[in-house]
Design a protein around this ligand. Structure first.
Ligand code: SF4
Length: 277
């Protein structure tokens, strides 16, 4: 094993805890993964994550990740609103659109939500990031990607010198599915038009999709995340780069290298777009 200094050791511990490697340590990723695998003096939680890092990534395992996850439902009270949403299609700004859908009860997820999690970031951004659905923290705050996966997403953005103000972030589904279950195609059908309207209003040059659900929502069946991850797809003239969801990386740190490749690709395309202006 190569020489290990305190900084590498510190980054190894953070990596084992699910954090994204800072830019200057990317070259050391293999060494850090080796350290994470070998150190058995970490606590039990870290040890579980090390176990995950030892696992081979294959399609079977990733498809299991896409299966609904049973989590005990929080005690969220139904919130009913009679606000009309009939004219949302005519919205000409993100604020208008978010106001128009703020009382939406078009699907069953509306009955158990605390807040609609509409979107965050810069509605004039050239990069749009699309996730799956709000989780517990997002439901409580009304802001997408504020939990552990959100912190990891912030670090991913930071690694390519971007912040939330450089991107617009939205989910396919705006209300938290009870038990954090992965929404099916039928379940997100009512909400998808809102996302499409958001894409129309932002009019981004690049979209980064996170996980299987946004890929299914934009392209339909036949586009599996394990097969098309990192490729450049086309959605109505917009470049789409699919990658893994940050929540997946928390339990599978060894997949970070794939996400790093994908966001580097995004960064390069973004820089090219900037230089052509
Ligand atoms: S998930 Fe979407 S369609 Fe369903 S109630 Fe919430 S905003 Fe409306």
């Amino acid at each position: 094993m190569q020489k290990i200094n305190n900084k590498i050791l510190l980054e190894s511990i953070k990596f084992a805890e699910g954090e994204f490697l800072p830019l200057q340590f990317i070259e050391k990723q293999e060494l850090i993964e080796e350290i994470v695998q070998k150190f058995d003096t970490l606590n039990n939680i870290q040890a579980e994550k090390i176990e995950s890092a030892d696992m081979e990534i294959d399609d079977n395992m990733l498809s299991q990740f896409d299966e609904p996850t049973e989590i005990i439902q929080e005690g969220i009270q139904p919130q009913i609103s009679d606000k009309s949403i009939s004219n949302w299609q005519e919205s000409t700004s993100m604020l208008e659109l978010s106001n128009a859908v703020s009382g939406c009860m078009k699907c069953k997820f509306g009955e158990t939500r605390t807040n609609i999690v509409f979107g965050d970031g810069n509605p004039n951004a050239e990069i749009m990031i699309i996730g799956e659905a709000p989780g517990k923290n997002e439901d409580l705050s009304g802001i997408p990607f504020v939990g552990d996966a959100g912190k990891l997403l912030d670090k991913i953005l930071e690694a390519i010198k971007l912040s939330r103000q450089d991107v617009y972030i939205a989910n396919v589904v705006k209300c938290r599915p009870p038990g954090n279950k992965t929404p099916t195609e039928d379940e997100f059908a009512e909400c998808l038009p809102y996302l499409k309207k958001q894409i129309e209003l932002v009019s981004p040059k690049i979209i980064l999709t996170l996980g299987a659900v946004p890929l299914l929502a934009l392209f339909g069946k036949g586009y599996q995340i394990t097969k098309v991850r990192g490729q450049e797809l086309d959605y109505n003239g917009i470049i789409v780069i699919p990658t893994f969801h940050p929540a997946y990386l928390i339990y599978n740190p060894s997949a970070k290298k794939y996400v790093w490749e994908d966001v580097q690709k995004l960064e390069k395309i973004y820089q090219n777009i900037q230089s052509e202006k």
